[in-house]
Design a protein around this ligand. Structure first.
Ligand SMILES: [Zn+2]
Ligand SMILES: [Zn+2]
Length: 371
């Protein structure tokens, strides 16, 4: 079907208004809540904290329903993240129910079920004012640069919350909106169109959500990965083909699937300099290479490689205003959220959720912690 892609919209600035307008709050002032803290390397501690209170007129407090675990969170858990160190509260893929709103909040009301966009721009620089706060030099992501959602109650701004469609009866699944927004961003940045063939390196959660968003756009996707069960997941979710990354005849296998049509989009959903090289090598002239990874090392791509095929190379970072697009598709039952969130854990068992995200047993795509 034809789907209109919303252009990313302008986000407002982070306000510093501390006047503390009275709000419609239904919580007691001295309530404490459970918080899942990564307290040390591979150690989770459930701590108690005072529940957040409405301070600014655009504050929204949600009772967190679910937070899914991302690769970034796993790095923090294993203490291998470059700058996020325990003790810390992570979580940037979250859903919940609104329990309190500031006096100026119009777009949501108490009781609404919502998903949270974790991207926080400075609000005043050029990227922020053109609706692309994800590329702000000062950008922060909740759960990475600032406190995350793994707590019973979570305070965000009105502009960060998006109401879930009524047809999505399971609020927990709202935690998957953010990873789909990453996929939507990649597909938007890459200008993926109907009838195109796309090769995605990496069949993890982001490779899969990128594939699913590209399929909505009418593209056919070939997924490449080193793990057989990930390739199985890709096929189950609708990949045209799934090929082992270590296959000597990868290029021929891709050709075998696409025929004369070729490959006009390649995507690195792993973040590895070798894959950047392979993306540039595999894409056909006039094509686009989408880079979703964040590896800082050198690769072997030369100016001539880009020049000769007249390639477009785009970066894609988090998302800029893609939640409405994803939620529209969810409302039309076009995205298999439940297939991505494969394993559920109560917050008391959060340590098991992280362990599973490290072990990655067959059939595993994402673990989600429920509150
Ligand atoms: Zn993530
Ligand atoms: Zn900014």
């Amino acid at each position: 079907m034809e789907f209109r892609w919303l252009t990313p919209f302008t986000t407002g600035c982070e306000r510093e208004n501390k006047r503390g307008d009275l709000s419609a709050s239904i919580k007691r002032l001295d309530n404490t809540m459970k918080v899942v803290e990564i307290s040390d390397t591979r150690k989770i501690t459930i701590i108690e904290k005072v529940e957040p209170q409405i301070v600014n007129p655009d504050d929204v407090i949600i009772r967190v329903a679910a937070v899914s675990i991302c690769g970034t969170d796993v790095h923090t858990f294993t203490n291998t993240h470059p700058f996020v160190k325990p003790p810390v509260v992570v979580g940037h893929e979250c859903s919940g129910v609104v329990t309190a709103i500031g006096s100026k909040v119009k777009s949501v009301k108490i009781g609404d079920r919502v998903a949270v966009d974790p991207v926080l721009g400075c609000g005043t620089c050029t990227p922020c004012t053109i609706g692309r706060p994800n590329a702000c030099a000062e950008v922060k992501c909740r759960g990475v640069h600032v406190e995350g959602a793994m707590q019973e109650f979570f305070k965000i701004r009105e502009q960060d919350v998006y109401v879930l469609p009524d047809s999505l009866s399971d609020t927990v699944l709202g935690a998957a909106i953010e990873p789909f927004a990453i996929g939507a961003q990649a597909v938007w940045r890459g200008g993926v169109r109907s009838g195109q063939n796309m090769v995605i390196f990496g069949a993890g959660p982001i490779g899969l959500t990128t594939m699913l968003m590209a399929k909505v756009r009418g593209a056919e996707c070939i997924l490449v990965d080193l793990k057989d069960d990930r390739l199985d997941n890709a096929i189950r979710l609708g990949a045209a083909a799934a090929i082992r990354a270590d296959a000597d005849d990868l290029k021929e296998q891709v050709r075998g699937v696409t025929g004369d049509q070729g490959v006009l989009v390649t995507c690195d959903a792993v973040g590895n300099p070798d894959i950047v090289d392979r993306c540039v090598e595999l894409v056909d002239p006039t094509g686009t290479v989408i880079l979703l990874g964040m590896d800082g090392s050198q690769n072997n791509v030369t100016e001539l490689d880009i020049f000769r095929k007249e390639l477009t190379v785009v970066g894609s970072r988090m998302n800029s205003g893609m939640f409405p697009t994803v939620l529209d598709l969810v409302g039309q039952d076009q995205l298999p959220l439940s297939e991505i969130l494969t394993h559920r854990f109560s917050c008391e068992r959060a340590d098991h959720a992280f362990d599973m995200a490290i072990e990655q047993p067959d059939g595993f795509i994402k673990a989600v912690i429920t509150f």
